[in-house]
Design a binder for this molecule. Structure first.
Ligand SMILES: *[C@@H]1O[C@H](CO)[C@@H](O)[C@H](O)[C@H]1NC(C)=O
Ligand SMILES: *[C@@H]1O[C@H](CO)[C@@H](O)[C@H](O)[C@H]1NC(C)=O
Ligand SMILES: *[C@@H]1O[C@H](CO)[C@@H](O)[C@H](O)[C@H]1NC(C)=O
Ligand SMILES: [Zn+2]
Length: 339
């Protein structure tokens, strides 16, 4: 989620995130003047126009939480772990555009969030904790910037899983659009596993901490949404997302297999339990994301190689828990969520 904080809702403030977005990706002054020196007038103009278009394109495509890749990985892992009942329900609810693939719509919630019609959903992608408090408390933290209670990522997870439980009733009884509920829930269970989606209020979950990722200027939130995954794809997976997914799936079967029942379990025997996920996230944010990532710093191999295992484990947990949650919701006799 790029703009952690979708500020006030007006045309004006919608521009803010976009500006923030351009900053990290725009070429540095040096690169710019270097190019300008070599290129003759016309080419320079063309370059400028194409450059602008690319920045704009990147920005339109790039407004999201865990990048598209992160959400795709989580939903692919979940799909492989669904029961028969859950698979059937998911297939029933998916929009036609998904062509039967849950992972295809797991970034839908990010794609729509800046449209006027959906602006209310923007605060549902994250939760802020007080600055430098490495813990999370639903009643203290789960509200939107205006202070409306339950309007945060864990509140949204309760909300959409409760809606989905009515799938068991006849279609006429449905009060909500359960296609949307499924797409929101699958996305938000991903978001809550990104450590900086449960970050400090003051820096907007790392969005205002400008850093360099190797040579690229960006912000810390974006490093955790996207850059760590992208660098891992290039360095270890031959730029092949499926190969990264397979590697995480192997770890689930081998390295982490003993932890899986713990990951799947809801401690209070509920259908859904986002609060422990948020607590884990903010602890990881303190211990790994914020650590050594002060404003202006350049993050390279030291940071990348020690944080990648955290990111891969969070993607795995997100996938396992999304599947476990959907399996409980769509079980023939689901437990009623006892938030
Ligand atoms: C719950 O879902 C409904 C339907 O999408 C939405 O209008 C409402 O804002 C949601 N509330 C929360 C806290 O997610
Ligand atoms: C449910 O939501 C989806 C996605 O917004 C939309 O395409 C579909 O038309 C909605 N269905 C109904 C019955 O409103
Ligand atoms: C949760 O469910 C398990 C198995 O059904 C049961 O053994 C346990 O006592 C339950 N725990 C609570 C707190 O209800
Ligand atoms: Zn999101």
């Amino acid at each position: 989620m790029y703009n952690h904080k979708a500020p006030e809702y007006s045309i004006q403030t919608r521009i803010n995130p976009i500006n923030r977005r351009i900053l990290p990706n725009a070429p540095s002054q040096n690169e710019k003047s270097e190019k300008a020196r070599i290129l003759p007038g016309m080419t320079r103009f063309a370059f400028f126009v194409i450059g602008k278009a690319l920045v704009l394109l990147h920005l339109l495509v790039g407004i999201q939480a865990w990048g598209k890749e992160g959400h795709y990985v989580i939903c692919k892992i979940a799909e492989g772990l669904l029961t028969k009942d859950a698979t059937a329900a998911v297939k029933m609810l998916l929009p036609d555009t998904a062509e039967g693939d849950l992972a295809a719509v797991c970034s839908w919630a990010d794609e729509i969030r800046f449209y006027y019609k959906w602006r209310w959903s923007s605060p549902l992608h994250y939760v802020d904790t007080p600055d430098f408090k490495c813990n999370y408390d639903y009643s203290r933290d789960c509200h939107d910037p205006a202070g409306n209670r339950d309007r945060c990522v864990s509140g949204a997870i309760y909300n959409y899983s409760t809606q989905l439980v009515s799938y068991q009733e006849s279609k006429d009884e449905w009060k909500y659009n359960l296609t949307e509920a499924l797409m929101f829930l699958s996305h938000f269970i991903g978001d809550i596993h990104q450590p900086l989606h449960v970050g400090f209020l003051g820096d907007e979950g790392g969005n205002t901490i400008i850093v360099r990722w190797y040579r690229r200027k960006t912000n810390l939130h974006h490093v955790w949404d996207t850059m760590i995954i992208e660098s891992a794809l290039k360095k270890f997976y031959d730029s092949d997302l499926d190969s990264m997914i397979r590697s995480i799936q192997n770890n689930i079967l081998e390295g982490w297999s003993e932890d899986i029942p713990l990951w799947e379990n809801c401690v209070t025997n509920c259908t859904v339990c986002p609060d422990p996920y948020a607590s884990e996230s903010v602890r990881l944010a303190c211990k790994f994301a914020y650590r050594n990532a002060t404003p202006g710093v350049t993050l390279t191999d030291d940071y990348f190689l020690t944080r990648l295992p955290i990111v891969e484990k969070r993607l795995a947990q997100g996938g396992v828990r999304l599947a476990a949650t959907l399996n409980r919701i769509f079980a023939p006799h689901p437990l009623i969520s006892q938030e």
